[in-house]
Design a protein around this ligand. Sequence first.
Ligand SMILES: C[S@@+](CC[C@H](N)C(=O)[O-])C[C@H]1O[C@@H](n2cnc3c(N)ncnc32)[C@H](O)[C@@H]1O
Length: 191
Amino acid sequence: MNELLEKTLLDLEKTKNDFWNLDRNCANFLNLLIKLKNAKNVLEIGTSNGYSGLWILEALDSTKGTLTTIEFWEKRQRVARNNFNLCFPSAKIEPKIGSALVVLEDLAIEVANKKREKFDFVFIDASKKEYLDYFKLIDNMLEPQGFVVADNILSHKDRVQNYIDYLYNHKNYQSQILDIGQGMMFSIKKS
Ligand SMILES: C[S@@+](CC[C@H](N)C(=O)[O-])C[C@H]1O[C@@H](n2cnc3c(N)ncnc32)[C@H](O)[C@@H]1O
């Protein structure tokens, strides 16, 4: 990791509670998974100030991939863009401003019309009560063997229980919850 990125991440960690950022160990694990998967098309739902996005971009720098990231709070998306441009000026990034469900519906139409490639890695970290609705839109946009990672699975268990039940009972997905950070659920699409 270069010095500028490390310094930016450390600065952002000072305000992590204000921006609801991932814990560093979870962000590092996310980065590792993207590299292991050799993911090329990552979708993030919940950009905030770009903390997790920077970890994703560090991995995509190795895999030569693209990050599409959704946030409905313009000010946060602006801060995120500045952080992305500072640390990864030539990265392939598509920041999307808007309500996640609306943006996902638009992306799904583009994928269905072959105007956009499918995603191979999705990170869910926005409105907890909408996780299941996000997933239902993501499913058709995800490559076989694609990964879905969701945060706050244990910290907001009551609000994401429908997501947990749906994924654990889904015949085409294998899932596991890990007790790291706020609790993360990892799911892989079988075919
Ligand atoms: C937990 S924070 C994301 C943190 C970020 N992934 C990180 O670790 O740096 C969730 C973000 O999702 C945004 N958000 C919540 N509900 C949303 C929705 N329905 N559509 C778009 N963005 C949403 C919030 O404004 C917030 O910035």
